[in-house]
Design a protein around this ligand. Structure first.
Ligand SMILES: [Zn+2]
Length: 337
């Protein structure tokens, strides 16, 4: 009897342990300070910048800015966003345009915000921000570099990217930009990182979605970045219906009424759960006196949300846009067709 009980107890404990070891991992994102469950993301701005240097891939280097000076400039704007409830911010500045993970760590520490950085290359602006190797390497070789950042960390740090940021010209995809999209697809399939592509109009957006599909990547792993540049808003609905994320992300630059209408159009088509919003604001500009002019990260809270409320959007809808959708879009996992 006694032995039987303890045996049963042992079996029960064993079963419990089995479930703990095999429990599905809860969804997470990767910040510059490591993984956090998506439930801790809170209000999230998915496309912002802290520093951008347009000098070009051949000339950029870390001596072009003083990190402490950048922190002094940027921090008040981060604290202002925080006052509006922001907990997490995605830095969309890619490598060769001023991505600086040492700076991002400092900003995260000083502000208390959760900051996410990226891997990938920026092809737009006619390839001015591509490293030389991008022109000659294969998609597999380029992806290999990005996957290495995901596995080993960026530039000998422990900081890992939380998404892939690429960019293409606003026209039919060139062979070079197709290669960059293919590199993003390979990287996604190996890492589960979401692909944000600076795209703008619909022509390259649908080419990207189709290319990703050919490579077995589901459109839900793709964020159509700067989708507000497409004037035919039916095409937003079409892309969203395929599963892609529609990123309306220039809200720091005005046109708030138009953003509200664009969001309304998607919401009326039942696609509120496919919209991402952000400011594309900032940023410290190396080479300009004290980093030059700076756009804050507050238009969404001070202008857009009041306008959406007037149009009948509820607090739940706003949470969908700023909390639920970012969590769903950026939770790290492979999305195959
Ligand atoms: Zn941007």
């Amino acid at each position: 009897m006694h032995a039987d009980l303890s045996r049963r107890k042992f079996i029960q404990t064993g079963i419990g342990l089995f479930f703990v070891l095999n429990a599905p991992e809860s969804p997470y994102i990767i910040t510059v300070n490591g993984r956090i469950p998506v439930s801790e993301m809170g209000t999230t701005l998915i496309h912002e910048h802290f520093l951008v240097d347009f000098i070009g891939a051949d000339k950029i280097n870390y001596s072009r800015w003083n990190r402490q000076e950048v922190v002094t400039k940027v921090l008040p704007y981060l604290l202002e966003a925080k006052k509006h409830g922001v907990k997490t911010m995605f830095d969309c500045t890619p490598a060769f345009l001023g991505r600086d993970v040492f700076l991002l760590k400092m900003l995260a520490k000083e502000s208390g915000l959760q900051i996410v950085t990226n891997t990938g290359y920026y092809g737009a602006a006619d390839n001015k921000y591509l490293p030389k190797s991008a022109f000659t390497e294969t998609a597999e070789q380029i992806a290999g570099r990005w996957i290495k950042e995901f596995k080993k960390g960026i530039e000998n740090t422990t900081v890992k990217p939380g998404f892939i940021k690429i960019s293409v010209n606003p026209e039919n995809l060139s062979a070079l930009h197709q290669k960059i999209v293919r590199a993003a697809a390979i990287t996604h399939l190996q890492t589960g990182l979401t692909i944000c592509s600076h795209t703008g109009i619909a022509i390259p957006a649908f080419e990207e979605i189709n290319l990703l599909k050919k490579m077995n990547v589901h459109p839900s792993a793709f964020v159509w970045t700067h989708a507000q540049n497409e004037q035919d808003i039916k095409l937003h609905v079409k892309a969203a219906t395929s599963g892609a994320w529609i990123s309306l992300d220039g809200i720091g630059w005005g046109n708030i009424e138009k953003y509200a209408d664009t969001i309304n159009n998607l919401a009326s088509a039942g696609m509120l759960n496919k919209i991402l919003i952000s400011h594309d604001a900032g940023w410290y500009k190396p080479g300009e006196k004290q980093g030059g002019s700076f756009k804050g990260y507050t238009n969404i809270f001070e202008e857009l949300i009041p306008l959406l409320n007037k149009k009948g959007f509820t607090d739940n809808d706003i949470q969908q846009l700023l909390i639920k959708n970012p969590a769903e879009a950026f939770a790290v996992r492979v999305r195959k067709l």
